[in-house]
Design a protein around this ligand. Sequence first.
Ligand SMILES: NC(=O)c1ccc[n+]([C@@H]2O[C@H](COP(=O)([O-])OP(=O)(O)OC[C@H]3O[C@@H](n4cnc5c(N)ncnc54)[C@H](O)[C@@H]3O)[C@@H](O)[C@H]2O)c1
Ligand SMILES: O=C(O)C(=O)C[C@@H](O)[C@H](O)[C@H](O)COP(=O)(O)O
Ligand SMILES: [Zn+2]
Length: 372
Amino acid sequence: MRTLHLRLPEADRSHPILIDSGLLDRCGELLVRAGLGGPVALISDAMVMAHQGERVRRALRQAGIPFVELVLPPGEETKTLSAAADLYRQLVRAGLGRDGTLLAVGGGVILDLAGFVAATYMRGIPFVSAPTTLLAMVDAAIGGKVGVDLPEGKNLVGAFYPPRLLLIDPTALDTLPTSEWRHGMAEVVKAALIGDPALWEQLRAAPARWAQPPEGRERLELLERAIAVKARIVERDPWETQGEREQLNLGHTFGHAFERLSGYRVPHGEAVAAGMRAAAVLSARLGLLETPDLPHELEKLLQGLGLPTRWQAWLSGYGIQATPEEVIEAMGTDKKRRAGRLRFVLLHRPGLVRTYGDVPPEAVRQALMETA
Ligand SMILES: NC(=O)c1ccc[n+]([C@@H]2O[C@H](COP(=O)([O-])OP(=O)(O)OC[C@H]3O[C@@H](n4cnc5c(N)ncnc54)[C@H](O)[C@@H]3O)[C@@H](O)[C@H]2O)c1
Ligand SMILES: O=C(O)C(=O)C[C@@H](O)[C@H](O)[C@H](O)COP(=O)(O)O
Ligand SMILES: [Zn+2]
């Protein structure tokens, strides 16, 4: 078993990240060992429970942990305040108190929603997360951002609430549809661009190889590399007050706007892919790139991974028509804004990204036109 420690400024918020095959089958015993042997509310979605639920149920029963299952419909449409409100009321009806633990098993939607509920129910109860998508293992589960979407903007309500324990079982990915693997690869590409140029080169060398989940050692290495980038940044700027954590938003200013325009019907990973390409082209237009071929290289890699690179064509595949002006309008509620101005995470080269607050709106519009 690989054990990493996410070190946060408050020691009581620091937590272990366990990575090993079979952790889902041992989650009960691991909860008990972490001093969380009280009642559990298991929050998941119906698809995850169909594929992985029995492993978790068996593990909780074996450890003698009483639990209730709260199962939601899969998909981003579930990441809402009203779903959170339903969960609060179900937790009350189930009699869960502060001696209970909220165990989230699922993708980023479940982790974000359940983590937000754990942060706010009775002013906070212990939270344990077990990500089951690639995207959640390398990104959503790391760093304590939890929350829900509003129609007015993505993740507009939330908290920083790290789990007490994070269980990453790579075998959970055995049942993940290939399309979901690819969505996770968008955040892996992001991590590589931000903080692991060697990984960027490795991905670029054989995009098709990474379009399906690799097995065994290779899968584990990919997870560990991407997790390392995120954990390093989170440890340096956990609550996004120093500017550094904003780097993890590469592609997200555009991406979140695409998601909002779609009524949260498009997958986050696809939105991030199309958004990263727009951000790369914007970086080129502003003369920031030290490696001018980067937008083209990124386009080739994303295409090889089966991810979108042309936002308008991609959105129209979902029946959504939008103009560059509408995308800019939809960016208006981005949380990185300062003094009413949008800020963008832009690229210099793989391994060097920075946030810029002085980007001319016309350059943004041009980048959107060029990547439509
Ligand atoms: N908090 C953060 O730091 C952070 C980081 C990145 C993304 N996110 C959020 O994560 C969300 C996207 O997460 P996601 O891509 O994991 O989507 P998701 O949670 O919707 O999961 C994708 C699909 O995969 C299914 N699934 C999950 N695990 C499975 C398994 N093992 N086998 C079979 N099916 C499985 C789910 O039922 C769902 O249909 C977005 O809301 C995004 O904003 C948060
Ligand atoms: O952890 C972060 O910080 C990120 O920006 C990771 C992103 O991949 C993720 O989508 C996150 O939910 C975005 O957060 P937000 O604060 O921009 O809503
Ligand atoms: Zn993301």
